[in-house]
Design a protein around this ligand. Sequence first.
Ligand SMILES: C[S@@+](CC[C@H](N)C(=O)[O-])C[C@H]1O[C@@H](n2cnc3c(N)ncnc32)[C@H](O)[C@@H]1O
Length: 192
Amino acid sequence: MSHHGHFFRAFLRNSGTVGAIAPSSPELAKRMLEWMDWSSIECAVEFGAGTGVFTEAIGPYLKPGAKFIAIERDPELAEITRRRCPEVNLHETCVSRVREICDEAGVEKVDAIICGLPWASFSSELQDQFLDAMFEVLPPGGQFATFAYWQGLALPAGQRFRRYLKRHFTKVEQSPTAWKNLPPAFVYRCER
Ligand SMILES: C[S@@+](CC[C@H](N)C(=O)[O-])C[C@H]1O[C@@H](n2cnc3c(N)ncnc32)[C@H](O)[C@@H]1O
């Protein structure tokens, strides 16, 4: 089965946590990563790796010696990312454990978080839980990229998440739309 087939099956199993019917496109991966100041990144963490589209794209951006940790909770999707990117330190668990994972890896702070979580599908409790976990590792100055589908903005959870970003980050910019993505999406490019 193709990556798209596995991803769609994961969506049918768990639509609320997978939050998309297809993996992101290379165009969206580029929009997620191209704006970051990679020369200052000693450690990057990916939230919600899925089938590894961003995971694979991140490798060439990392400077020599930089650490990279990916987190994905769905076992089938995690296995695909593991096979696709065997060199990556991938944790098959919930992102709420990010502080513990960083401690185990000897990482005190994270300079960038590349996030694929479906924020507009989450309850306000889950949004708060994952954002709190993120702020335990991302210090002021840290970079954060996450994407949103345009139709997700019509949902109360999508609006709430947008307000949260504007309140808690010093800089929040919106990328141009990745039109070839299914569905079209844009990236919130944030600095804490
Ligand atoms: C919209 S998909 C994005 C996948 C991939 N980054 C991409 O862009 O194709 C969201 C991913 O986040 C994962 N996910 C959702 N909640 C999670 C959590 N609490 N901890 C870790 N992964 C989670 C899902 O299993 C899914 O693979």
